[in-house]
Design a protein around this ligand. Structure first.
Ligand SMILES: *Cc1c(COP(=O)(O)O)cnc(C)c1O
Length: 372
C-alpha cells in the first residue's frame, strides 16, 4: 500500500532513543524505566513503540488494560507488563494466560483475584492522596493482609502522584506528603518482615520534578514521547526531549471562496474578502478536536494556515490565501515541523483547551503509523 496517502503519523525512533537516554540520565542508578504504552502508546502505535523500546533494552512496561497487554504480547514483548487499571473477574484467565501483572486496586479486589485459584502476579496499588485506585495508605493492616492471600504473587507496591507537575508550595507539599505516606507503608511492610517487592511512584512529571527519589521504576509516559503536557513545561524541564510524533495530512483540493460565501457544515464561516481555501484529508474521526473549528492552525509550505468552518469527520478546511503555491497533494502539518515553523503537541493541545496527553491518545486508528 502507498504510505502517507491520506493522513498519517510519522515516528522518529532516533528521537525516541534520545528521550530514553535523556530520561535514563535522570534516573537514580538502580531505577529502571517502565514506559507507559497505554492508549496505543499515547497514539504513537503500541506495537511499534513497544518493539523499539525492547530493542533499546527496556524490559518492563505498563498499560491500562488487559487488551493492551495482550496486544503487546502478540507483538513479541517478553518482559513484565503491568496492567495499571481495573480488570474484570471475567478477564482473570487472560492475566495468567498472557503472564500479565495486575494492579490490586484495593483489599476486596485482592480477595476477589485470590479467589480465582490460579497464581496471579500483582503489584499492590496504594492510594496516597489521589483517591483513585489503591488501598488507602492509612489502612496498613489491610495492605499487610494482602500478603496472606496465597494465590497472589506480589512483586511490587506502587502509588501515583497527582500534582507532581505543579510547582507552587501547596503542590510541592502535597507531593512530599504523598511520598511520606508511601514510605510509611513501605516501612510498615518491611517491619512486619515483608521484603523483596519493587517500589514505584513517579510518572513523567514525578521523574522530571523529583528525580532524586530512589525507587525501582519510573512509569514514564508523556516525556518519553518527547511531549510536555503544556508548552510552558519545556522551558523548565531538566532535560531536553525531542518529539517522536508528527501528524500530517494532504491537501485534497484548492478553490476560491468569494466574499460573502460560506464554507462547511452549519455555514459557520463566511468569507469577508476573496480567499483561497484548501480541503484537507483529516477530521475529527482521526483525532482533530471538533472544538478547533474556526480556531485551530496547521502548517503548509512553512506557513501557518487557519482552520476555517466546522471540522468534519474526515476532512477540514484551511485558509491558504497567503500561500499561493499550495496545491492538491501537498503535505499539511498539524503536529511537527514545517520549514522554520513548528507546532508541538502541547501547542496544538493548548489551542484545543486541553493537554497533549489527551490529543495524542485520541489520535485515530485510521491514521497510518510510518517509521521515518
Ligand atoms: C498514565 C500513567 C502513568 C504515565 O503518566 P505520564 O504522566 O504520561 O508519564 C504513570 N502511572 C500511572 C498510574 C498512569 O496511569
Amino acid at each position: 500500500m502507498y504510505q502517507k496517502g491520506r493522513a498519517w503519523i510519522e515516528l522518529n525512533m532516533e528521537h525516541l532513543l534520545h528521550n530514553v537516554k535523556q530520561l535514563q540520565r535522570l534516573l537514580p542508578a538502580q531505577c529502571a524505566m517502565m514506559p507507559a504504552i497505554k492508549a496505543n502508546a499515547y497514539g504513537h502505535g503500541a506495537r511499534l513503540i513497544g518493539q523499539s523500546l525492547q530493542r533499546m533494552g527496556i524490559r518492563d512496561f505498563c498499560v491500562a488494560s488487559v487488551k493492551e497487554g495482550i496486544e503487546l504480547r502478540d507483538a513479541g514483548i517478553t518482559g513484565q507488563i503491568l496492567v495499571l487499571g481495573y480488570t474484570s473477574p471475567r478477564q482473570f484467565c487472560d492475566l495468567t494466560e498472557y503472564n500479565l501483572t495486575q494492579t490490586v486496586v484495593d483489599y476486596p479486589y485482592a480477595v476477589q483475584l485470590n479467589g480465582y485459584n490460579k497464581t496471579a502476579s500483582v503489584h499492590v496499588g496504594v492510594d496516597t492522596g489521589m483517591h483513585r485506585l489503591g488501598e488507602r495508605s492509612e489502612n496498613m493492616q489491610d495492605i499487610r493482609r494482602i500478603w496472606d492471600l496465597k494465590n497472589l504473587n506480589i512483586t511490587g507496591v506502587f502509588s501515583h502522584l497527582c500534582v507532581s507537575d505543579g510547582t507552587t508550595d501547596m503542590e510541592r507539599n502535597y507531593t512530599l506528603e504523598q511520598i511520606c505516606r508511601f514510605m510509611s507503608v513501605v516501612q510498615f511492610l518491611h517491619r512486619t518482615g515483608i521484603k523483596g517487592f519493587k517500589m514505584h511512584l513517579q510518572g513523567s512529571y514525578g521523574l522530571l520534578n523529583y528525580p532524586d527519589l530512589a525507587f525501582d521504576y519510573a512509569r514514564v509516559g508523556i516525556a518519553l514521547y518527547g511531549a510536555y503536557s503544556s508548552p510552558h513545561d519545556k522551558t523548565v524541564a531538566p532535560v531536553s526531549l525531542k518529539p517522536v510524533l508528527s501528524l500530517k495530512a494532504r491537501v485534497e483540493c484548492v478553490k476560491e471562496l468569494h466574499a460573502g460565501e460560506c464554507a462547511g457544515y452549519g455555514l459557520s464561516f463566511t468569507a469577508r474578502h476573496e480567499m483561497k481555501i484548501a480541503a484537507v484529508s483529516i477530521g475529527y474521526a482521526d483525532g482533530i478536536p471538533r472544538g478547533l473549528s474556526n480556531k485551530g492552525h496547521a502548517l503548509i509550505h512553512g506557513k501557518r494556515a487557519a482552520m476555517i468552518g466546522r471540522i468534519c469527520m474526515d476532512q477540514l478546511l484551511i485558509d491558504i490565501s497567503g500561500i499561493p503555491q499550495a496545491a492538491a497533494g501537498d503535505e499539511v502539518v498539524f503536529i511537527g515541523k514545517c520549514g522554520q515553523e513548528e507546532i508541538t503537541a502541547s501547542d496544538f493541545a493548548g489551542e484545543a483547551g486541553t493537554i497533549s496527553n489527551e490529543i495524542l491518545s485520541r489520535l485515530g486508528d485510521r491514521l497510518e503509523r510510518v517509521v521515518d
